[in-house]
Design a protein. Structure first.
Length: 118
């Protein structure tokens, strides 16, 4: 019913930039909070950044000042601009959204790999 599809991951050198996108599609009647999470091998999935429908943002301390989350409500698309990337940012990045179809549920994308080489 609802799909979240991430794109934009890849291999980049330390200090470089990437922009992730997450497109939501399906029988969507509304989207509230959206977010980006990441999971490195051997680690738990962690919140990177989140954004409310009105645009209020929240960031993990480790990415503040380097990453920017944004969304296009008309296109139901979520973005993550990642600058000054570090090797420790290497992980699979997942998008997440609270979506109303027949009720509010949380949906996840399939993930996109980000690898930062030193």
């Amino acid at each position: 019913q609802v799909q979240l599809v991430e794109s934009g991951g890849g291999l980049v050198q330390a200090g470089g930039s990437l922009r992730l996108s997450c497109a939501a599609s399906g029988s969507i009647f509304g989207i509230n909070d959206m977010g980006w999470y990441r999971q490195a091998p051997g680690n738990q999935r962690e919140l990177v950044a989140s954004i409310t429908r009105s645009g209020s943002t929240n960031y993990a301390d480790s990415v503040k000042g380097r990453f920017t989350i944004s969304r296009d409500n008309l296109k139901t698309t979520l973005y993550l601009q990642m600058n000054s990337l570090k090797p420790e940012d290497t992980a699979v990045y997942y998008c997440n959204a609270d979506v109303y179809v027949t009720r509010w549920d949380t949906y996840w994308g399939q993930g996109t790999q980000v690898t930062v080489s030193s």
